[in-house]
Ligand binder design. Structure first.
Ligand code: PRX
Length: 649
């Protein structure tokens, strides 16, 4: 079926009220390319600056000298933009609506309250010795304190590094150490799906690891009152310290290029990378995309179901919506608790207008059948959004028909931790939709497709997705490792930012992301390096060698398929599979749980010893007939053996 048969044209009633219709999008996009200085100077006015920028864009994408600066002589503070400037006009409007894991738990914080508590927390951080330029690690549940902690850091010029609460103590330790965080903010426990997760215990364990003694203080929110260990002199109760602070905390004037946060993400090699995002460009990109892509209108209730531990939570629960004075719903729980109808029930309870979620959540609901949404009406919804992985057309149609009652456009938003904000997505009043396509670039974004040699490809074609010029929200570097930043993103294709994604462009210029072309997995929208999982496995005594690949998974998008070669003398057993599964969960976190483990007496390697992952991916996907060229294999019989003992038949 051709793409044309799947077009959902822009609805006229939508276009009439939207921030941008077709003509506006086209004119603004064109201007953003023709006159980036003028365009972005104008757009920068949507932020409040202490000193307005006069230097707008200084960006160099040279392989040896990547230098990205936006608005470099401007000064501002992100927390002022997200809080103070709204006090006069919307101080008593909700800023955050919090919905707890338990459907009986919810509360609302107005902009005034959020401002007051953020200032108190900022003063508390100062009293713990945190100063401008210091880093603070957040390992927190989805509670308003997480947003306050981010904003409090921003207020005093400290750099936050949020670590997803599902990561293990080792993963947390690695990130505390790399960031050099003086203070860790956490909670006694988090609550998800009726279960308590021992965050403070994990912090305790993390801080026994080598190199984490930089962390002098642990600030602990009491979320559940569960039993925890206490280290006098290091641990401080949040309520003891924060409640007594003054709510007056002048904001630090930050340079536009001063770091706002570090966020770790996985790559195809090595340890996770701490992407460094700066203040001015990032905030502008987050705010502007939030307004245009979600067509956010004053007073609407907007819900992004992500966790603040990921970039989506940073840009589209906290910074983008709050910079726009929006009402941002924050959900502590999971969509399947207490029942599979929860997502719709939360929409009805809070009259949500805009719902931004992940394809994996849609597919999980879809697997239960249409009735899963019967407990809710969802008639407050006006717009739906998708992020994190390609959304297959079936899931798109189901999202549209069942969740959105055929009333809501869907914005499929492609972007990355590195990009800071949305890069390719429809604007709902401007872009005709095609299920499965992220459609067209946002203002200032110049996507292109290249072949493996880096030649630009024209017209309808498929290739590697690159971005030709900088945009304001782009990560500036990798924390303490600019060389790695250059290597990872700017050496594959000279003079271009390489996304790591494959992509198709159709005859209308629409982009269709096909998934990663490197050794990065996307499991339920969570990004993971195969190398990280492999190095965890080979650290187990029973394992001689391991190779990890993704395979198509109905709900998760990709599942984790592991080939393990056991050490001499070790016998394979189901117990050992369980042990290895636990090992990886403990080492990295439950998100890295293997779906399939196959014992592999040998792995397919080239004569120079390189594992041929292409073959392993095919076997995992059960595409054993099309293995392609195997002539470079050192020992072809290895492949026969793996096919014969394939773990999923
Ligand atoms: O492969 C793309 C996929 O997620 C990767 C980025 O992951 P992360 O940095 O964790 O950020 C996720 C949230 C922005 C991308 O390289 N991806 C993200 N959104 C989409 C997507 N793939 C297809 N369609 C999307 N809408």
């Amino acid at each position: 079926m051709s793409d044309q048969q799947h077009v959902y044209p822009v609805r006229e009633d939508f276009a009439a009220k939207a921030w941008a219709d077709k003509a506006t999008y086209q004119a603004m996009y064109q201007r953003s390319l023709d006159d980036p200085e003028g365009f972005w100077a104008e757009q920068a006015k949507r932020l409040d600056w202490f000193t307005s920028p006069t230097k707008i864009k200084h960006t160099v994408f040279d392989t040896h000298n990547v230098d990205i600066r936006w608005f470099e002589d401007g000064t501002l503070n992100a927390s002022v933009n997200c809080l103070d400037r709204h006090l006069e006009t919307r101080g008593d409007q909700p800023a955050i609506i919090w919905e707890g894991d338990d459907p009986k738990d919810s509360k609302t914080l107005t902009y005034r309250q959020l401002h007051e508590r953020t200032c108190q927390l900022a003063n508390a951080l100062k009293s713990l010795g945190v100063a401008r330029g210091d880093t603070v690690t957040l390992y927190m549940p989805m509670i308003p304190e997480a947003a306050m902690a981010m904003l409090a850091c921003a207020r005093i010029g400290a750099i936050h590094s949020v670590v997803f609460g599902g990561f293990s103590p080792d993963a947390l330790a690695q990130r505390v150490k790399d960031a050099g965080s003086k203070v860790v903010i956490t909670a006694d426990e988090s609550v998800r799906g009726g279960k308590n997760v021992p965050l403070k215990d994990n912090v305790d364990a993390a801080l026994t690891r080598e190199g984490t003694d930089v962390a002098e203080k642990v600030l602990v929110v009491q979320r559940t009152g569960g039993d925890i260990e206490w280290q006098d002199g290091r641990d401080v109760w949040y309520h003891d310290l924060v409640d007594q602070q003054s709510s007056d905390c002048p904001a630090e004037p930050m340079g536009a290029e001063d770091p706002l946060f570090i966020l770790y993400t996985s790559g195809s090699t090595g340890t996770p990378k701490g992407l460094k995002h700066t203040t001015g460009g990032y905030l502008l990109h987050a705010a502007m995309t939030h307004q245009y892509v979600f067509d956010y209108q004053d007073g609407e209730i907007y819900w992004c179901t992500a966790d603040v531990g990921w970039v989506t939570g940073h840009s589209y629960i906290v910074y983008g919506p709050l910079a726009n004075g929006a009402i941002s719903l924050m959900f502590e729980g999971v969509p399947s608790y207490p029942t599979n109808g929860r997502m719709g029930e939360v929409v009805d309870k809070h009259k949500v207008n805009i719902l931004y979620t992940a394809p994996t959540a849609v597919r999980a609901l879809m697997a239960h059948g249409d009735n899963v949404m019967d407990s809710s009406k969802r008639d407050s919804l006006r717009l739906l959004g998708s992020v994190g992985e390609p959304i297959n057309p079936e899931a798109w149609e189901w999202f549209y028909r069942v969740i959105g009652n055929e009333q809501c456009p869907i914005v499929d938003t492609w972007w990355q931790t590195e990009t800071g904000g949305i890069m390719i997505a429809p604007l709902p009043g401007a872009t005709d939709l095609k299920p499965g396509s992220a459609t067209l670039p946002f203002f200032g974004v110049q996507p292109a497709l290249v072949d493996n040699e880096g030649n630009l490809l024209e017209g309808a074609t498929e290739g590697n997705l690159v971005i030709l010029d900088s945009w304001p929200g782009q990560a500036r570097s990798i924390w303490k490792n600019h060389e790695r930043f250059l290597q990872t993103y700017f050496t594959t294709y000279k003079g271009m930012y390489f996304t790591g994604d494959g992509c198709r462009r159709d005859e209308d210029g629409y982009y269709w992301i096909t998934g990663r072309v490197d050794d990065v997995l996307n499991v339920s929208g969570h990004r993971m390096g195969t190398a990280e999982i492999e190095s965890s496995l080979v650290a187990h005594d029973a394992v001689a060698e391991a190779a990890v690949v993704g395979f198509p998974h109905d709900i998760k998008g990709q599942g984790i398929y592991i080939y393990v070669t056991l050490a001499d003398g070790v016998e394979p057993s189901d117990e050992l599979k369980k042990e290895l599964t636990q090992w990886v969960r403990k080492d990295i976190g439950p998100i890295a749980s293997p779906d399939v483990i196959q014992w592999a007496p040998g792995l397919p390697k080239t004569r120079s010893g390189k594992i041929m992952r292409r073959i392993l991916r095919k076997i995992a996907a059960n595409e054993c007939d099309g293995l392609g060229d195997t002539s470079t294999l050192a020992d072809p019989s290895v492949v026969e053996e793996l096919i014969e003992h394939r773990a999923i038949k």
